[in-house]
Design a protein around this ligand. Sequence first.
Ligand code: FE2
Length: 432
Amino acid sequence: MFDTIIRNANLPDGRSGMDIGIDKGRITAIDRGLPAEAGEVIDASGRLVSPAFCDPHFHMDATLSLGMPRMNVSGTLLEGIGLWGELRPLLTREAVVERALKYCDLAVSQGLLFIRSHVDTSDSKLVTVEGLLEVREKVAPYIDLQLVAFPQDGYYRSPQGVKALERALDMGVEIVGGIPHFERTMDEGRQSVEALCRIAADRGLMVDMHCDETDDPMSRHIETLSAETVRHGLQGRVAGSHLTSMHSMDNYYVSKLIPLMAEAEINVIANPLINIMLQGRHDTYPKRRGMTRVRELMEAGLNVSFGQDCCMDPWYSMGSADMTEVAHMAIHVGQLGSIIDKHEVFDAITVNSAKTMGLADYGIGVGCRADLVVLQAENVTEALRLKPGRLFVLKSGKVISKTAPRIAELALDGRPQSIDPGKDFVPGAAKA
Ligand code: FE2
Protein backbone atom coordinates (compact mmCIF):
# COMPACT_ATOMS: atom_id res chain seq x y z
CA MET A 1 0.00 0.00 0.00
CA PHE A 2 1.45 3.32 -1.12
CA ASP A 3 0.30 6.83 -0.25
CA THR A 4 0.25 7.64 -3.98
CA ILE A 5 0.85 5.77 -7.24
CA ILE A 6 1.41 7.43 -10.59
CA ARG A 7 0.39 4.89 -13.23
CA ASN A 8 1.53 4.53 -16.83
CA ALA A 9 4.26 7.16 -16.81
CA ASN A 10 6.94 7.79 -19.41
CA LEU A 11 10.25 8.77 -17.83
CA PRO A 12 12.99 11.15 -19.05
CA ASP A 13 15.36 8.20 -19.55
CA GLY A 14 13.02 6.71 -22.17
CA ARG A 15 11.28 4.02 -20.10
CA SER A 16 7.53 3.94 -20.75
CA GLY A 17 4.49 2.47 -19.05
CA MET A 18 6.06 2.77 -15.59
CA ASP A 19 4.30 3.02 -12.25
CA ILE A 20 5.81 5.19 -9.53
CA GLY A 21 4.99 4.30 -5.94
CA ILE A 22 5.29 7.04 -3.33
CA ASP A 23 5.37 6.70 0.45
CA LYS A 24 5.96 9.37 3.09
CA GLY A 25 7.02 11.89 0.46
CA ARG A 26 9.60 9.65 -1.22
CA ILE A 27 9.62 7.42 -4.29
CA THR A 28 9.72 3.87 -2.94
CA ALA A 29 9.14 1.82 -6.11
CA ILE A 30 9.37 2.22 -9.89
CA ASP A 31 8.17 -0.70 -11.98
CA ARG A 32 5.67 -1.81 -14.59
CA GLY A 33 2.25 -2.73 -13.21
CA LEU A 34 2.90 -2.26 -9.49
CA PRO A 35 0.35 -4.57 -7.89
CA ALA A 36 -0.16 -2.51 -4.77
CA GLU A 37 -3.05 -0.25 -3.81
CA ALA A 38 -2.65 3.44 -3.04
CA GLY A 39 -4.47 6.20 -1.23
CA GLU A 40 -4.35 8.29 -4.38
CA VAL A 41 -3.89 7.07 -7.95
CA ILE A 42 -2.80 9.47 -10.68
CA ASP A 43 -3.17 8.25 -14.24
CA ALA A 44 -0.30 9.69 -16.30
CA SER A 45 -1.82 8.12 -19.46
CA GLY A 46 1.50 7.66 -21.20
CA ARG A 47 2.64 11.21 -20.48
CA LEU A 48 6.12 12.27 -19.36
CA VAL A 49 6.75 12.43 -15.62
CA SER A 50 9.76 14.57 -14.82
CA PRO A 51 11.41 15.65 -11.61
CA ALA A 52 10.06 19.10 -10.77
CA PHE A 53 11.92 21.82 -12.65
CA CYS A 54 14.85 23.58 -11.10
CA ASP A 55 15.82 27.21 -11.84
CA PRO A 56 19.40 27.88 -10.66
CA HIS A 57 19.43 31.61 -11.47
CA PHE A 58 16.66 34.09 -10.73
CA HIS A 59 16.03 37.53 -9.19
CA MET A 60 12.98 37.20 -6.98
CA ASP A 61 13.38 40.62 -5.36
CA ALA A 62 12.80 42.31 -8.72
CA THR A 63 10.22 40.00 -10.24
CA LEU A 64 6.86 41.41 -11.37
CA SER A 65 8.10 44.99 -10.95
CA LEU A 66 7.93 45.71 -14.68
CA GLY A 67 7.21 49.39 -15.39
CA MET A 68 8.12 50.58 -11.88
CA PRO A 69 8.87 53.46 -11.86
CA ARG A 70 9.25 53.40 -15.66
CA MET A 71 10.08 51.07 -18.54
CA ASN A 72 13.62 50.26 -19.73
CA VAL A 73 13.76 52.27 -22.95
CA SER A 74 17.11 51.11 -24.37
CA GLY A 75 16.56 47.53 -23.23
CA THR A 76 20.17 47.24 -22.08
CA LEU A 77 21.63 45.60 -18.99
CA LEU A 78 23.06 48.93 -17.86
CA GLU A 79 19.76 50.85 -18.13
CA GLY A 80 18.13 47.95 -16.27
CA ILE A 81 20.66 48.31 -13.43
CA GLY A 82 20.05 52.10 -13.39
CA LEU A 83 16.29 51.57 -13.36
CA TRP A 84 16.51 49.07 -10.51
CA GLY A 85 18.58 51.70 -8.66
CA GLU A 86 15.66 54.15 -9.05
CA LEU A 87 13.13 51.61 -7.82
CA ARG A 88 15.12 50.18 -4.90
CA PRO A 89 14.72 53.11 -2.46
CA LEU A 90 10.95 52.97 -3.03
CA LEU A 91 10.64 49.28 -2.17
CA THR A 92 8.87 48.09 0.93
CA ARG A 93 9.36 44.70 2.49
CA GLU A 94 5.63 44.00 2.17
CA ALA A 95 5.57 44.72 -1.55
CA VAL A 96 8.70 42.61 -2.20
CA VAL A 97 7.15 39.72 -0.28
CA GLU A 98 3.79 40.03 -2.01
CA ARG A 99 5.29 40.03 -5.52
CA ALA A 100 7.63 37.15 -4.71
CA LEU A 101 4.82 35.03 -3.28
CA LYS A 102 2.73 35.72 -6.36
CA TYR A 103 5.63 34.62 -8.55
CA CYS A 104 6.01 31.45 -6.46
CA ASP A 105 2.32 30.64 -7.07
CA LEU A 106 3.03 30.86 -10.78
CA ALA A 107 6.18 28.75 -10.38
CA VAL A 108 4.23 25.99 -8.63
CA SER A 109 1.67 25.95 -11.43
CA GLN A 110 4.59 25.47 -13.86
CA GLY A 111 6.08 22.60 -11.88
CA LEU A 112 9.04 24.75 -10.81
CA LEU A 113 9.78 23.79 -7.20
CA PHE A 114 13.50 24.59 -6.84
CA ILE A 115 14.76 28.14 -7.28
CA ARG A 116 18.06 29.86 -6.56
CA SER A 117 17.48 33.60 -6.36
CA HIS A 118 20.02 36.36 -6.10
CA VAL A 119 19.03 39.05 -3.63
CA ASP A 120 20.41 42.56 -3.97
CA THR A 121 22.58 43.64 -1.03
CA SER A 122 23.41 47.11 -2.37
CA ASP A 123 20.98 49.08 -0.19
CA SER A 124 22.22 49.21 3.39
CA LYS A 125 18.64 48.88 4.69
CA LEU A 126 18.55 45.42 3.09
CA VAL A 127 14.79 45.54 2.56
CA THR A 128 15.16 43.03 -0.27
CA VAL A 129 17.09 40.61 1.95
CA GLU A 130 14.55 40.85 4.78
CA GLY A 131 11.75 40.31 2.27
CA LEU A 132 13.21 37.26 0.58
CA LEU A 133 14.24 35.66 3.88
CA GLU A 134 10.57 35.90 4.86
CA VAL A 135 9.54 34.45 1.50
CA ARG A 136 12.05 31.57 1.83
CA GLU A 137 10.39 30.57 5.09
CA LYS A 138 6.84 31.01 3.80
CA VAL A 139 7.31 28.93 0.65
CA ALA A 140 9.45 26.22 2.30
CA PRO A 141 6.55 23.73 2.36
CA TYR A 142 6.39 23.78 -1.45
CA ILE A 143 9.49 25.50 -2.93
CA ASP A 144 13.17 25.07 -2.04
CA LEU A 145 14.40 28.65 -2.30
CA GLN A 146 18.14 29.33 -2.08
CA LEU A 147 19.39 32.90 -1.71
CA VAL A 148 22.61 34.43 -3.05
CA ALA A 149 23.97 37.68 -1.57
CA PHE A 150 24.32 39.77 -4.70
CA PRO A 151 26.06 43.19 -4.65
CA GLN A 152 24.19 44.50 -7.71
CA ASP A 153 25.90 47.92 -7.65
CA GLY A 154 29.36 46.40 -7.18
CA TYR A 155 31.04 44.91 -4.12
CA TYR A 156 33.68 47.67 -4.11
CA ARG A 157 31.91 50.18 -6.35
CA SER A 158 28.97 50.65 -4.01
CA PRO A 159 29.87 52.50 -0.77
CA GLN A 160 27.98 49.96 1.36
CA GLY A 161 28.89 46.95 -0.78
CA VAL A 162 31.39 45.19 1.48
CA LYS A 163 29.57 45.62 4.79
CA ALA A 164 26.06 45.03 3.45
CA LEU A 165 27.03 41.71 1.85
CA GLU A 166 28.54 40.46 5.12
CA ARG A 167 25.40 41.53 6.97
CA ALA A 168 23.19 39.69 4.49
CA LEU A 169 25.21 36.52 5.12
CA ASP A 170 24.91 37.07 8.89
CA MET A 171 21.14 37.37 8.43
CA GLY A 172 20.97 33.92 6.84
CA VAL A 173 21.59 34.32 3.11
CA GLU A 174 23.44 31.13 2.27
CA ILE A 175 25.49 31.73 -0.92
CA VAL A 176 28.12 34.36 -1.79
CA GLY A 177 27.50 36.32 -5.00
CA GLY A 178 29.42 38.94 -6.94
CA ILE A 179 29.48 41.03 -10.10
CA PRO A 180 33.15 41.55 -11.01
CA HIS A 181 32.49 42.93 -14.51
CA PHE A 182 30.53 45.82 -12.96
CA GLU A 183 33.31 46.94 -10.59
CA ARG A 184 35.10 50.14 -11.58
CA THR A 185 38.08 48.46 -13.18
CA MET A 186 39.11 45.02 -14.33
CA ASP A 187 41.56 44.95 -11.43
CA GLU A 188 38.90 45.78 -8.83
CA GLY A 189 36.77 43.06 -10.41
CA ARG A 190 39.60 40.58 -9.87
CA GLN A 191 40.05 41.75 -6.28
CA SER A 192 36.32 41.32 -5.65
CA VAL A 193 36.43 37.71 -6.88
CA GLU A 194 39.39 37.01 -4.58
CA ALA A 195 37.73 38.62 -1.55
CA LEU A 196 34.36 36.95 -2.11
CA CYS A 197 35.87 33.48 -2.59
CA ARG A 198 37.82 33.96 0.64
CA ILE A 199 34.60 34.85 2.48
CA ALA A 200 32.93 31.73 1.09
CA ALA A 201 35.87 29.53 2.10
CA ASP A 202 35.99 31.03 5.61
CA ARG A 203 32.25 30.61 6.14
CA GLY A 204 31.94 27.23 4.37
CA LEU A 205 29.50 28.60 1.79
CA MET A 206 28.89 28.07 -1.92
CA VAL A 207 29.64 30.81 -4.47
CA ASP A 208 27.51 31.94 -7.40
CA MET A 209 28.76 35.00 -9.25
CA HIS A 210 27.37 36.97 -12.11
CA CYS A 211 30.57 36.67 -14.08
CA ASP A 212 31.58 38.34 -17.33
CA GLU A 213 28.01 39.27 -18.31
CA THR A 214 29.35 41.37 -21.14
CA ASP A 215 30.29 41.16 -24.83
CA ASP A 216 33.87 42.19 -23.99
CA PRO A 217 36.17 39.39 -25.18
CA MET A 218 38.77 40.58 -22.65
CA SER A 219 36.47 40.26 -19.65
CA ARG A 220 38.11 37.31 -17.96
CA HIS A 221 36.87 37.09 -14.41
CA ILE A 222 35.88 33.46 -14.93
CA GLU A 223 39.61 32.73 -15.13
CA THR A 224 40.14 34.31 -11.71
CA LEU A 225 37.01 32.63 -10.32
CA SER A 226 38.29 29.23 -11.46
CA ALA A 227 41.77 29.82 -10.04
CA GLU A 228 40.40 31.04 -6.69
CA THR A 229 38.07 28.03 -6.56
CA VAL A 230 41.06 25.69 -6.83
CA ARG A 231 43.12 27.78 -4.39
CA HIS A 232 40.44 27.50 -1.68
CA GLY A 233 39.45 23.90 -2.41
CA LEU A 234 35.93 24.94 -3.39
CA GLN A 235 35.70 22.61 -6.40
CA GLY A 236 32.12 21.78 -7.32
CA ARG A 237 30.73 24.45 -4.97
CA VAL A 238 31.16 27.45 -7.25
CA ALA A 239 28.88 28.62 -10.07
CA GLY A 240 29.73 31.04 -12.86
CA SER A 241 26.52 32.69 -14.00
CA HIS A 242 26.11 34.11 -17.51
CA LEU A 243 29.76 33.91 -18.78
CA THR A 244 28.59 35.67 -21.93
CA SER A 245 32.03 37.11 -22.67
CA MET A 246 33.07 33.55 -23.55
CA HIS A 247 30.89 33.89 -26.65
CA SER A 248 33.20 36.65 -27.91
CA MET A 249 36.56 35.37 -26.71
CA ASP A 250 39.41 34.27 -28.91
CA ASN A 251 39.28 30.51 -29.55
CA TYR A 252 42.89 29.94 -28.54
CA TYR A 253 42.31 31.55 -25.17
CA VAL A 254 39.14 29.50 -24.63
CA SER A 255 41.10 26.31 -25.36
CA LYS A 256 43.12 27.13 -22.23
CA LEU A 257 40.22 28.48 -20.17
CA ILE A 258 37.78 25.58 -20.42
CA PRO A 259 40.22 23.00 -18.97
CA LEU A 260 40.90 25.41 -16.09
CA MET A 261 37.14 25.67 -15.46
CA ALA A 262 36.89 21.87 -15.59
CA GLU A 263 39.72 21.54 -13.06
CA ALA A 264 37.76 23.86 -10.75
CA GLU A 265 34.52 21.92 -11.43
CA ILE A 266 32.74 25.20 -12.08
CA ASN A 267 28.97 24.90 -12.41
CA VAL A 268 28.09 26.88 -15.51
CA ILE A 269 24.76 28.71 -15.59
CA ALA A 270 23.63 30.19 -18.90
CA ASN A 271 20.50 32.33 -19.01
CA PRO A 272 19.37 31.99 -22.64
CA LEU A 273 16.32 34.28 -22.54
CA ILE A 274 18.21 37.16 -21.00
CA ASN A 275 21.48 36.58 -22.85
CA ILE A 276 19.84 36.75 -26.27
CA MET A 277 17.84 39.80 -25.19
CA LEU A 278 20.63 41.83 -23.55
CA GLN A 279 23.85 40.89 -25.31
CA GLY A 280 25.06 42.24 -28.63
CA ARG A 281 23.36 45.59 -27.97
CA HIS A 282 26.35 47.55 -29.23
CA ASP A 283 26.61 45.51 -32.41
CA THR A 284 25.03 46.73 -35.60
CA TYR A 285 25.23 43.71 -37.90
CA PRO A 286 26.14 40.95 -37.53
CA LYS A 287 24.78 40.87 -33.96
CA ARG A 288 26.34 38.40 -31.56
CA ARG A 289 24.07 35.91 -29.80
CA GLY A 290 25.76 36.38 -26.44
CA MET A 291 25.05 33.03 -24.82
CA THR A 292 28.13 31.25 -23.49
CA ARG A 293 29.64 28.22 -25.26
CA VAL A 294 27.14 25.67 -24.02
CA ARG A 295 28.01 22.79 -26.33
CA GLU A 296 31.78 23.12 -25.83
CA LEU A 297 31.41 23.37 -22.04
CA MET A 298 29.17 20.29 -21.95
CA GLU A 299 31.60 18.38 -24.15
CA ALA A 300 34.41 19.25 -21.73
CA GLY A 301 32.42 17.60 -18.94
CA LEU A 302 31.34 20.74 -17.12
CA ASN A 303 27.99 20.77 -15.37
CA VAL A 304 25.90 23.21 -17.44
CA SER A 305 22.49 24.39 -16.30
CA PHE A 306 20.04 27.01 -17.54
CA GLY A 307 18.35 29.74 -15.50
CA GLN A 308 15.40 31.97 -16.17
CA ASP A 309 17.11 35.03 -14.57
CA CYS A 310 14.21 37.48 -14.94
CA CYS A 311 10.43 37.58 -15.17
CA MET A 312 8.77 40.92 -15.84
CA ASP A 313 11.36 43.20 -14.24
CA PRO A 314 13.64 46.12 -15.24
CA TRP A 315 15.72 43.85 -17.47
CA TYR A 316 13.12 41.67 -19.14
CA SER A 317 9.48 42.33 -19.92
CA MET A 318 8.73 38.67 -20.68
CA GLY A 319 8.95 35.46 -18.63
CA SER A 320 6.44 32.96 -17.29
CA ALA A 321 8.26 30.71 -14.79
CA ASP A 322 8.30 28.07 -17.50
CA MET A 323 11.68 26.33 -17.58
CA THR A 324 10.80 24.61 -20.88
CA GLU A 325 10.58 28.11 -22.38
CA VAL A 326 14.13 28.74 -21.14
CA ALA A 327 15.27 25.44 -22.67
CA HIS A 328 13.42 26.17 -25.91
CA MET A 329 15.41 29.39 -26.29
CA ALA A 330 18.67 27.60 -25.44
CA ILE A 331 18.04 25.12 -28.25
CA HIS A 332 17.70 27.96 -30.76
CA VAL A 333 20.48 30.23 -29.53
CA GLY A 334 22.93 27.36 -29.03
CA GLN A 335 21.80 25.48 -32.16
CA LEU A 336 21.19 22.39 -30.03
CA GLY A 337 18.67 20.65 -32.22
CA SER A 338 19.65 16.95 -32.22
CA ILE A 339 17.90 14.40 -30.05
CA ILE A 340 21.06 13.96 -27.95
CA ASP A 341 21.30 17.74 -27.57
CA LYS A 342 17.71 17.94 -26.43
CA HIS A 343 18.21 15.35 -23.71
CA GLU A 344 21.21 17.36 -22.49
CA VAL A 345 19.13 20.53 -22.60
CA PHE A 346 16.39 18.86 -20.56
CA ASP A 347 19.04 17.80 -18.03
CA ALA A 348 20.13 21.46 -17.88
CA ILE A 349 16.75 22.49 -16.42
CA THR A 350 16.45 19.46 -14.14
CA VAL A 351 19.31 17.26 -12.90
CA ASN A 352 22.17 19.59 -13.83
CA SER A 353 20.47 22.52 -12.12
CA ALA A 354 19.88 20.35 -9.07
CA LYS A 355 23.59 19.51 -9.02
CA THR A 356 24.47 23.22 -9.26
CA MET A 357 22.19 23.89 -6.29
CA GLY A 358 23.59 20.92 -4.37
CA LEU A 359 20.13 19.37 -3.92
CA ALA A 360 20.05 15.97 -2.23
CA ASP A 361 17.76 13.14 -3.40
CA TYR A 362 16.57 14.94 -6.52
CA GLY A 363 15.35 12.97 -9.53
CA ILE A 364 13.32 9.94 -10.44
CA GLY A 365 14.70 6.97 -8.54
CA VAL A 366 13.92 4.93 -5.47
CA GLY A 367 14.70 7.06 -2.41
CA CYS A 368 14.32 10.37 -4.25
CA ARG A 369 11.95 13.05 -3.03
CA ALA A 370 8.60 12.75 -4.78
CA ASP A 371 8.71 16.27 -6.21
CA LEU A 372 7.38 15.56 -9.67
CA VAL A 373 5.51 17.02 -12.60
CA VAL A 374 3.26 15.22 -15.12
CA LEU A 375 3.51 17.00 -18.46
CA GLN A 376 1.14 17.12 -21.42
CA ALA A 377 3.85 15.61 -23.62
CA GLU A 378 5.01 12.06 -24.21
CA ASN A 379 8.77 12.46 -23.98
CA VAL A 380 11.62 14.88 -23.37
CA THR A 381 11.97 16.16 -26.93
CA GLU A 382 8.22 16.78 -27.16
CA ALA A 383 8.23 18.57 -23.81
CA LEU A 384 10.86 20.98 -25.14
CA ARG A 385 9.02 21.50 -28.42
CA LEU A 386 5.60 22.09 -26.90
CA LYS A 387 6.22 23.94 -23.63
CA PRO A 388 3.44 21.70 -22.41
CA GLY A 389 0.75 21.97 -19.75
CA ARG A 390 1.59 20.78 -16.25
CA LEU A 391 -1.20 18.30 -15.61
CA PHE A 392 -0.15 17.42 -12.05
CA VAL A 393 2.54 18.94 -9.85
CA LEU A 394 3.47 16.92 -6.78
CA LYS A 395 5.43 18.06 -3.74
CA SER A 396 6.47 15.26 -1.39
CA GLY A 397 3.96 13.04 -3.20
CA LYS A 398 0.99 15.39 -2.72
CA VAL A 399 -0.69 17.12 -5.65
CA ILE A 400 -0.27 20.88 -5.18
CA SER A 401 -1.32 22.03 -8.66
CA LYS A 402 -3.49 20.61 -11.42
CA THR A 403 -4.11 21.85 -14.97
CA ALA A 404 -6.60 20.31 -17.38
CA PRO A 405 -5.04 19.07 -20.63
CA ARG A 406 -5.20 21.61 -23.43
CA ILE A 407 -7.42 19.95 -26.04
CA ALA A 408 -8.68 21.94 -29.01
CA GLU A 409 -12.13 21.17 -30.39
CA LEU A 410 -12.28 21.47 -34.16
CA ALA A 411 -15.28 22.17 -36.38
CA LEU A 412 -13.94 20.99 -39.73
CA ASP A 413 -15.78 18.72 -42.14
CA GLY A 414 -14.05 15.38 -42.56
CA ARG A 415 -11.37 16.12 -39.95
CA PRO A 416 -10.97 14.96 -36.31
CA GLN A 417 -13.23 16.63 -33.77
CA SER A 418 -10.39 17.42 -31.39
CA ILE A 419 -6.62 17.49 -31.15
CA ASP A 420 -4.29 16.99 -28.21
CA PRO A 421 -0.94 18.63 -29.08
CA GLY A 422 0.77 16.36 -26.55
CA LYS A 423 -0.43 13.10 -28.13
CA ASP A 424 -1.45 13.56 -31.75
CA PHE A 425 1.79 14.96 -33.12
CA VAL A 426 4.49 12.70 -31.68
CA PRO A 427 7.16 12.04 -34.34
CA GLY A 428 7.06 8.43 -35.55
CA ALA A 429 3.37 8.05 -34.82
CA ALA A 430 2.39 8.81 -38.42
CA LYS A 431 2.58 6.14 -41.15
CA ALA A 432 4.89 6.84 -44.08
FE1 FE2 B 1 21.08 37.51 -13.01
